[in-house]
Design a protein around this ligand. Structure first.
Ligand code: T4K
Length: 401
């Protein structure tokens, strides 16, 4: 989409983009190959329940993650719930508050108490030093979240889990294709849980899955995601319907074929943003760890107190230009219901989370945008920050979003 670089819309100019640019625009892959697969599914008349394409997708994902087993599921949230239940978690489970609310809901939904723990300021992931402090006799496990595709401190968390006899799960919803110490995400902890929601760089419309090297856990998960059926008439567990359909798997397989291309595009976009935002006071672009593979699926800025405008002011400037940036994962799970009511005092234990929640701004990336859009977004931010006082006054005059 060709941007028109008018004066800032918030100051009375026309929006830079005629149509909205969104964070989370899906990558589509090869349309022809996807449609051919859908035709084949219709010819086979096998639409769901452990079909051919789900098998193929699970094989492909086991290959990508290096895990012995990959169990596909209908979405990432149900995959988390399955992992939590199959591992026998109960009582309390420690997790970051700075994550998508599904991580906490997967516990609370099963009447397990989510215990919110602070994060490291650099990586935005669970701080192992703080995890130790949150362990009680009721703690049964830890869920680390590889936020923005950046793996947590898996070694330190694994050492704590071993020492304190806890189960360790990773919410890897963002982290397909990333590595830690050269090892792909998928093989850490007892299980790692992925999301293939439309907004993820590899998508199955809705979808998710669990990677594990534990044979017994994998067998349990396979039964649990299919109501607990061990045969036509035999049910051996309390299960649910967590199955992925054939069309979802066909979309996933098509995406897998373009995965390197998606990552290359995300990386190019990231580099372009780095150049477009260089030298902006108070604006930090989160960078992945050196020497590791990363999927670059989120472009994450931290806007600190030294910037001429606050994060929320920049958000409004961008929205006025039709750039639908997001302030993920504001305001933190602990400030959302039911957790706000259940744990009214927990914010005091989460100073880093509170600070990061006020600073983060996520910008559009993926195959739906290119250099021209990124340069224009950089110019908008640069112009807004250069005219900080004027922009602030204009925002104060206009009603908020
Ligand atoms: N753990 C973590 C750490 C997660 O981030 C997530 C999901 C999960 C667990 C749970 O996995 P799932 O059960 O969802 O598989 C979106 C996604 O719905 C959610 O999957 C994702 N994380 C989260 C980070 O983002 P919202 O509430 O932001 O969705 P929404 O509707 O505002 O869409 C986001 C953006 O994407 C919009 O700017 C529009 C754009 N979009 C969206 C869809 C669905 C499109 O352009 N096309 C589309 O088809 O949660």
């Amino acid at each position: 989409m060709k941007p028109s670089l008018q004066p800032l819309a918030i100051l009375g100019g026309r929006p830079a983009f005629a149509e909205r640019l969104y964070v989370g625009r899906p990558n589509i892959g090869d349309r022809g190959r996807f449609l051919a697969r859908v035709n084949d599914i219709l010819d086979r008349r096998w639409l769901t329940n452990n079909g051919h394409y789900v098998h193929e997708f699970e094989k492909a994902l086991a290959g990508l993650t290096g895990a012995r087993h990959f169990i596909a599921a209908c979405n990432g949230t149900v995959a988390l719930e399955l992992a939590v239940r199959a591992l026998g978690l109960r009582g309390e489970v420690i997790l970051p508050s700075f994550t998508f609310v599904a991580t906490a809901h997967a516990l609370q939904w099963q009447e397990i108490t989510p215990v919110f723990c602070d994060i490291e300021p650099g990586s935005h992931t669970l701080d192992p030093a703080r995890v130790e402090e949150r362990i009680t006799p009721r703690t049964s496990g830890i869920i680390g979240v590889h936020l923005w595709g950046t793996p947590c401190a898996v070694e330190d968390l694994a050492a704590i889990a071993r020492r304190r006899d806890l189960r360790l799960v990773f919410d890897a919803a963002h982290a397909l294709g990333s590595t830690r110490g050269g090892r792909p995400v998928g093989g850490f902890g007892d299980a790692e849980v992925f999301s293939f929601h439309a907004t993820k760089f590899l998508n199955t419309f809705e979808g998710g899955g669990i990677a594990t090297n534990d044979d017994e856990l994998a067998a349990r998960l396979r039964l649990m995601k299919n109501f607990g059926f061990a045969g036509y008439d035999e049910v051996v567990y309390l299960g649910t319907n967590g199955k992925m359909s054939e069309v979802q798997a066909a979309m996933g397989l098509t995406g897998v074929e373009s995965l390197d291309e998606f990552i290359a595009c995300n990386r190019r976009n990231h580099e372009r943003y780095r150049a477009a935002l260089a030298g902006l006071a108070g604006v930090r672009l989160l960078e992945p760890a050196q020497g590791e593979r990363h999927n670059f699926q989120y472009v994450v800025l931290e806007i600190d107190e030294t910037a001429a405008l606050a994060r929320d002011e920049l958000l409004r400037v961008l929205w006025a230009e039709n750039v639908v940036a997001r302030r993920y994962f504001h305001p933190g799970c602990h400030r959302m219901e039911p957790y706000r009511t259940l744990f009214p005092d927990v914010a005091a234990r989460l100073p880093v989370t509170e600070r990061i929640c006020r600073r983060v701004l996520v910008l559009p990336t993926g195959t739906a945008i290119g250099e021209a859009e990124i340069d224009a977004i950089g110019s908008i931010l640069r112009a807004a920050l250069a005219r900080g006082a004027e922009v602030r006054a204009a925002l104060a005059r206009s009603p908020g979003p």
